[in-house]
Design a protein around this ligand. Structure first.
Ligand SMILES: Cc1cc2nc3c(=O)[nH]c(=O)nc-3n(C[C@H](O)[C@H](O)[C@H](O)COP(=O)(O)O)c2cc1C
Length: 150
């Protein structure tokens, strides 16, 4: 039985839609999976070591920044003394390539997770534009690349 956390930080619901898709697909792709689906507003870093994999997603906001919800969480994580050594993560971000700082929240999340010794099990996923079937299909393909590593 694998335990997987899916957490999202959203302003207008797009990241939540992708997170919901991940949450629904996980037990289909990896039978015997138990998922925890948590709004990043309610996420605490202590939850990470209770899961075999932590999938975190956020949109990019205001010129390449975290959105206010992911900003609060990642600022707290960054300031904490937690050691994420051995704990696995997969990261995704939503944005629009129309902006010069496309999906840069992904690099910001990566850098904080790495600074706490967390393991990134896959290349992070950057998603561009509206949430549609094509986007959700690419999310499923991404999941297939790393689910066999846990
Ligand atoms: C005020 C504003 C600023 C944004 N800035 C960026 C940006 O700098 N880079 C980017 O890639 N997307 C940017 N976006 C696009 C959002 O990230 C995109 O619409 C995303 O799907 C929103 O997801 P959410 O509903 O989960 O917050 C911006 C959107 C708004 C409304």
């Amino acid at each position: 039985m694998s335990k997987i956390l899916v957490s999202f930080a959203t302003m207008s619901g797009n990241t939540e839609k992708v997170a919901q898709h991940i949450n629904t697909e996980l037990p289909k792709l990896l039978p015997e999976t138990q998922t925890s689906f948590v709004n990043m507003m309610e996420l605490t870093e202590e939850l990470f070591n209770e899961h075999d994999l932590n999938i975190l997603g956020s949109s990019t906001w205001t010129d390449g920044e975290f959105n206010p919800i992911s900003e609060e969480f990642f600022n707290r994580l960054s300031a904490s003394t937690i050691d994420l050594n051995g704990i696995k993560f997969a990261l995704f971000g939503l944005g629009e390539s129309y902006y010069p700082e496309f999906c840069t929240v992904v690099e910001k999340m990566e850098s904080i997770i790495k600074s706490k010794n967390g393991i990134l099990v896959a290349e992070s996923l950057k998603l561009d534009g509206y949430v549609d079937d094509n986007m959700l299909h690419s999310v499923t393909e991404w999941m297939n690349k790393f689910l066999n590593t846990i």
